[in-house]
Design a protein around this ligand. Sequence first.
Ligand code: COI
Length: 353
Amino acid sequence: LKIEIERSTAKKEKPPQDQLGFGIHFTDHMFIIDYAEDKGWHQPRIVPYQPIVLDPAAKVFHYGQTIFEGLKAYRTENGRILLFRPRKNIQRLNRSNERLSVPQLEEGIALDALQQLITVDEDWIPTEPGTSLYIRPFVIATQPALGVSPSTHYQFIIIMSPVGAYYTEGVNPVKIFVESEYVRAVTGGVGEAKTAGNYAAGLKAQEGAKDKGYSQVLWLDGVHRKYIEEVGSMNVFFKINGTVHTPALNGSILAGITRDSIIQLLKHWNIPVEERIISIEELYEAGKNGSLEEAFGTGTAAVISPIGELNWRAEKLVIRDGQTGELSRKLYETLTGIQTGTIPDPFDWMVEV
Ligand code: COI
C-alpha cells in the first residue's frame, strides 16, 4: 500500500525545548488509514495535522472500542533517527485489537506509516537531554450505529508530540498512594489491553491521591485488594535483598515494553530478577525490616520513575530516604543511553528511520 502524502503549507512554530511538557504540542502532520468491512485497511495517507470529523453515533464514543499505543523516536548526536522497539508496540496493538474485536493491522503497513510520518516531521524531534518525539498511534471505531457489536468501520491514526519529562519530578522519586477502594482492572477484563477505558477507570483514584499530596496510585488486584499490579500508568519493580521483583503478567497487568526491556537488562547484568505475585503486606514487611532497597515504575513516557514513599491505609513507608537508588539511576541512564545512541545497543532494540 502506497502512502499518499499531502504536505502542510503552513509550518507551526516549535516550542522551546525546555518547555515541552508532555503531549501538549503536536507536529505538522498525521497519518490516517481507513478500514471498512468490505475493503479492509485502505487509503493510507499523511495529511496536515487537523481535527477529524466523526458522526456523533460513532461507536468509539458510546462503547469505547478504541486502542492506543505510545513509543518514542530520538535524534542521535550525529543526526540519525532511532525508534525504540517499534515492532513490539505494533504487536501489542494487535493483541489489544484482538481483545477489543478490532481487525488486525499488518505490521509492515504500521511500521512503514511510522517511518514515513517521522521522516516528514523529522525537524520536530527534540535533541535536549530528556526530550524525545512521543508517538501516539490509535484506533477508533467509526461506524455510526448504537447497537452493541463490533464496528464495521475504523480509523488507525498516528499523531506525534515533542516531549520532555512526564513527571515534573523527572528521575527524582515520586510519592505514591496505595489505592484500596478502586481497582484499575481485573483478570478476564481488558487490563492487559492498551485501551482508553483502563485509563478512565483510573482517574478517580488518581484525583484522590493528588488531593492527598501524592503523584500517583499503586494499584492492587481487583479480587483480594492485596497483590500489587501497577503504579499509575506504569509497571512496577522492587529491589529486595539484591533481587529485583515485578508482578507477573496475569491478564490484568499491561505488558510494558519498558518492563520487558528492564528485565532483559537485569538478566544481561546478572542481577536476579523474578516475575511473581507480590503482596502489599510483604512489601511493607520488607520496607520495615530494611530489605526493600529500591522501588520504581517503568513506562515509555517516564522511562524510570523512582518511588520515594508509599502510603497504605494511612501507614507511610519511606523508601531509601526518598532518594533515587543506584539501580534506578543506572537503568535510566542505560536505557536512555541506548535510546539516544550514546551507548551500544547489545539487544538490537533500536530501529533506524
Ligand atoms: C506510559 O508510557 O507509561 C504510558 O502508559 C502512556 C501514558 C502517557 C498513558
